[in-house]
Design a protein around this ligand. Structure first.
Ligand code: ADP
Length: 445
């Protein structure tokens, strides 16, 4: 309790004593009490009305404060107001700093409300997305930044992968658009547009170079292998030339495999978004792949096959064939004779999986994150000896990403390896569903 309140108590005690004294001069108790309490009540009422008015007019309560309990109340409210003012100033300073930082970001930042209307945008959005704040405030984003793919992307609500677009107002630009939902029930969205023009062009140059170089090498190599075959088959070829000729043919075959894999990768990269989706009879494809793997193994491996014959996929057959065979052939190529290889094609709660497990030498943990890089091999000499190009897992990764699937690798040295392709449930199809689709297509045709 502060001194003001003590004084107040003192006043009340004095008033009580005065009332007692007044009864002594002939006044009744009630009149005497009223007489001494009236000025006290009037003072309280005056302070109460004054305080209500000050608060209503949002006045700052500053000293000098009245004496007594009202002084305590004024002081407490004054301190509370001061704390509030300081908090608001701090918030304002933080907001200004945040705005300055956001304005200096080279990427376009656009805040959308829950109706996808523009709430705020930084200056970079003017150059990159042709929208300016506050001019475009309240306008729908898709009205200001028109792009058919962006409309689909925002509506789909699946923002794991960025969208690459060339904006209509400047076709020489290439933007990578990311969407981050935030706020209450994640209804608001932050759009981040990054200028990736340079990286995009560099990638284009690299991709074209690899594709063109591979294409140019293909024809001379076909000629060389053709002549080598003729020389090897010819009876006039001296016997001491046969070994070097066979070696040359073996190396030419390796070069051909590398060129074919590079061309496959280029093709996968070139039509990154355009994938002709059709039902793929995976069990039927796997039957052929298993037969090829058995031929490659030549009876040196034990196979366990577990295929759900009712499970199909919506995808591209040639690409899926290439990914599945790469994984199964790897298990044959990178494990010693006598190894056990298990293949599983099954439906799980999180979608279809394709799994290849072996009990071979396994892979050290430091190599696992790099396996899908081009030409990355754990043991270069062994991979070359087994006819590997070092591009197989890069192709698998690309094919899976085009099917919204992912590759998981689990391995322990000395224990073996497991390569699992996880497909999204949305592209799974049963045989009866496939039949219904075919019937529907036939009747509509
Ligand atoms: P490669 O043509 O050499 O097989 P990949 O890209 O298919 O190229 O594989 C990359 C490397 O991963 C291989 O060189 C090999 O070292 C390792 N690898 C792949 N599969 C297995 C496996 N089942 N067991 C052990 N190592 C493997």
């Amino acid at each position: 309790m502060r001194w003001g309140s003590v004084y107040e108590l003192g006043w009340i005690t004095l008033a009580a004593l005065a009332a007692v004294a007044l009864t002594g001069i002939g006044l009744g108790w009630a009149e005497a009490t009223l007489l001494v309490l009236c000025p006290l009540l009037a003072r309280h009422a005056w302070h109460l009305i004054r305080l209500a008015r000050l608060i209503r007019r949002q006045h700052r309560l500053v000293p000098p404060f009245p004496k007594g309990i009202w002084g305590d109340i004024y002081r407490a409210i004054g301190q509370y107001q001061q704390r509030g003012r300081k908090g608001r100033k701090r918030q304002l300073r933080f907001f200004r700093r945040f705005r300055e930082a956001a304005n200096s970001v080279p990427d376009a930042l656009v805040v959308l409300d829950k109706n996808r209307r523009i709430e705020w945008a930084n200056p970079a959005a003017q150059v990159l997305m042709n929208l300016s704040w506050p001019r475009d405030e309240g306008k729908p984003l898709l009205e200001v930044f028109t792009h058919p793919e962006l409309a689909d992307y925002i509506c789909a609500g699946e923002y794991a992968r960025p969208l690459e677009v060339a904006p209509a107002h400047n076709r020489s630009l290439m933007l990578s658009i990311r969407v981050a939902p935030f706020g209450e029930r994640k209804k608001q969205r932050l759009i981040v547009g990054r200028d990736i023009t340079k990286i995009f062009h560099l990638n284009l140059i690299r991709r074209d170079f690899v594709a063109n170089a591979s294409h140019e090498l293909r024809t001379p190599l076909t000629v060389i292998t053709g002549f080598l075959e003729t020389l090897i088959d010819s009876a006039q070829t001296p016997s001491n030339h046969r070994r070097p000729l066979n070696l040359m043919q073996h190396q030419a075959e390796r070069m051909r495999s590398i060129i074919e894999d590079l061309l496959t990768l280029s093709r996968l990269e070139m039509d990154e978004h355009a994938i002709d989706i059709a039902p793929v009879d995976v069990p039927c494809e796997l039957e052929q792949i298993v037969a090829d793997a058995s031929a490659l193994s030549g009876g040196r491996h034990r196979f366990s096959i577990d295929i759900d014959s009712d499970l199909m996929l919506l995808g591209k057959d040639s690409e899926l064939r290439s990914a599945f065979s790469n994984l199964l052939f790897n298990a044959v190529k990178h494990t010693p004779p006598g190894s056990h290889i298990q293949l599983v094609w099954a439906s799980t709660a999180s979608g279809p999986i394709f799994l290849v497990e072996d009990d071979g030498p396994g892979i050290e943990p430091e190599h696992i994150p790099r396996l899908t890089e081009r030409f990355y091999r754990v043991d270069k000499a062994r991979s070359r000896a087994s006819g590997g190009t070092g591009l197989g897992l890069a192709i698998v990764k690309h094919v899976l990403s085009r099917h919204d699937a992912r590759l998981a690798v689990a391995s322990e040295p000395g224990q073996g390896s497991t390569f699992t392709c996880h497909f999204p449930p949305g592209i799974a199809l049963t045989a009866s569903q496939l039949e219904r689709r075919r019937l529907r297509a036939a009747t509509s045709a």
